[in-house]
Design a protein around this ligand. Structure first.
Ligand code: PLP
Length: 424
């Protein structure tokens, strides 16, 4: 080997070793210096994950009670997902939809047979899938419902969250999401969540409504579970007024709430189902919509697409991700352990937590403002070996990987209650 080559390799190795040996604090400072500030991560730098555990760069182990905002339902680095990811990446990763590839149809067939809609249209992120659903609904509004040109209205539930695009923030009622990003998308209307009278009034007053988009449980709003009967009521009203029901199950879907879908708790079937997050297994972004032929086919050739959507790598991983959820009975686990979670956290005294909300392993503990700040409590939890984040300042999210065992859940809950009891 030439001396110059050897010294170049030496320098490179030295640089890599140097980079690897940065402390958490140094890594955080570099991140803050070079990265955008649109998000404020908890001060911990993760480098490895396995199942329900993650490790920071200093080697400390944590229980992950956030699971990437309900994305890593299958647990971190599930061996089956790593295997198919490696195999598919080595075979062919990207073709674009300019050509056919095997996993696209394979995933479509599996999902449509499992969920019982005619067709699946893959996208990448949750917000793109939501946007796709809105596009389909507007098209259907003009072509099937015969709404006059440029007048199709989409109604959204207040306090919804479906992402950060211009369309999603136009639908938002949260000033943090929409302020100073206008002008907004027109003919997006909003209605109180969990209020069937208000919804019926909207439908009665406005014949231009093509769709109602909502989450069966509002996740980012702080895990708001609607009254029993709300989903059936939404179905009935949408049918009565010829409005498409779009259920955004990006967060609630894929076993998180103790059933395959959150709408299954009331045995209801939306017209368009939006999936994301756990469809990726946390490995490669995959989202999409499921709907019947006469609705989804309103998007004909040339009217929609995305370079990465439907890639062989993404679709192969998504297929395995859903099979893992099914074959490991993770909906059942979420349902059973959701009960354990509820029993324990409903007992937290009201001066500490004013309310527990949740279904399955999607839960929120509402911390009394006078007791402490959600953020500060999450920092203390981190120090004690448990990771989560607050929603809207005071709501501690509890959404671990669905592979969690009873013992691991009890360990996490014991950390949580110990920290809360010793907080002041
Ligand atoms: C219900 C719901 N829909 C859509 C989204 C947006 O997903 P993504 O961040 O992948 O765009 C989220 C993200 O939290 C969500 O909770």
């Amino acid at each position: 080997m030439q001396p110059t080559t050897r010294s170049r390799i030496f320098c490179l190795t030295k640089e890599l070793n140097f980079k690897r040996s940065l402390s958490s604090q140094e890594l955080i400072e570099r991140d803050n210096k070079y990265g955008g500030r649109h998000f404020k991560p908890l001060p911990v730098v993760l480098t490895r994950g396995e199942g329900v555990h993650v490790w920071d760069v200093e080697g400390k182990r944590y229980l992950d009670f956030l699971a990437g905002f309900s994305t890593v339902n299958q647990g971190h680095c599930h061996p089956r997902l790593i295997k198919v990811m490696k195999e598919q990446a080595a075979k062919i990763a990207h073709t674009s939809r300019a050509f056919y590839s095997e996993p696209h149809g394979e995933l479509g067939e599996y999902l449509t047979k499992l969920f019982k809609w005619d067709k699946f249209l893959p996208m990448n992120t949750g917000v793109e899938a939501g946007d796709t659903a809105v596009k389909v609904a507007r098209r259907w509004g003009y072509r099937v419902k015969k709404i006059p040109k440029e007048q199709a209205t989409v109604v959204f539930a207040k306090n919804n969250f479906w992402g950060r695009s211009i369309a999603a923030l136009s639908a938002s009622t949260d000033p943090n999401c929409y302020t100073d990003f206008g002008p907004y998308v027109p003919r997006f209307d909003k209605v109180t969540y969990n209020d069937l009278n208000a919804l019926e009034q909207k439908f009665q007053q406005d014949p231009t409504v093509c769709a109602f988009m909502m989450e069966p449980i509002q996740g980012e709003a702080g895990v708001i579970v609607p009254n029993n009967g709300y989903l059936k009521g939404v179905r009935d009203l949408c049918t009565k007024y010829n409005v498409l029901w779009i259920a955004d199950e990006v967060q609630t879907g894929l076993c998180r709430t103790g059933k395959r879908l959150a709408v299954d708790h009331e045995n209801q079937r939306p017209d368009i189902l939006v999936l994301g997050k756990a469809l990726s297994g946390g490995m490669y972004p995959v989202s999409g919509i499921l709907a019947d032929e006469q609705i989804i086919m309103c998007l004909e050739t040339g009217s929609h697409g995305s370079t990465f959507a439907g890639s062989p790598l993404g679709n192969r991983v998504a297929l395995e991700a859903v099979k893992v959820l099914e074959e490991e009975n993770l909906a059942d686990n979420a349902r059973k352990l959701g009960q354990v979670l509820r029993t324990k956290l409903e007992k937290v005294p009201k001066d500490i937590a004013v309310e527990f909300r949740g279904r399955g392993l999607l839960a929120g503990l509402v911390i009394n403002k006078e007791f402490g700040e959600g953020w500060d409590i999450c920092v203390k939890l981190k120090e004690a070996g448990l990771l989560t984040r607050p929603a809207h300042g005071q709501i501690l999210r509890i959404s671990p990987p669905l592979t969690i065992t009873k013992e691991q859940l009890e360990e996490g809950l014991s950390i949580l209650t110990t920290v809360l009891n010793s907080y002041k």
